[in-house]
Design a protein around this ligand. Sequence first.
Ligand SMILES: [Zn+2]
Length: 133
Amino acid sequence: MSGQKCNYFNCGKSKRNNPDLSFHTFPSNEHTMKTWIIHSGNIALDNLSPKKLRKRYICSDHFDKNMFMNLNQKVRKLIPNATPMKYAMNNSGSSPKYENSETTNFETPVKKMKPVEIQGRILDFDTKSVVHF
Ligand SMILES: [Zn+2]
């Protein structure tokens, strides 16, 4: 059984090159399957038949620790209805994609700091002449 390769967007890791990872086939449950496709960010998978999808893999990189039944064992098993983490398009920043309350450690304010910093520098420059001590 060679050729296990991750179908997660921008991943493409293979079992051969990453023996420490476990590779998980798409679930047979249609609803969960859809969720996997969406979360994987690899929309092209949506064109595949369920039969073909069952031969595709997502590597353990994309699953939260609590999605595994037996993290410590070599052959990891996913809990029923486990879903991979959502592929996050961090660049857009405007997508509050995390409906799950479990995964809301998402810090957006950090992004706003940058322009402020630049402004601060400019302000700093200006205020040099106006410093009142
Ligand atoms: Zn992967």
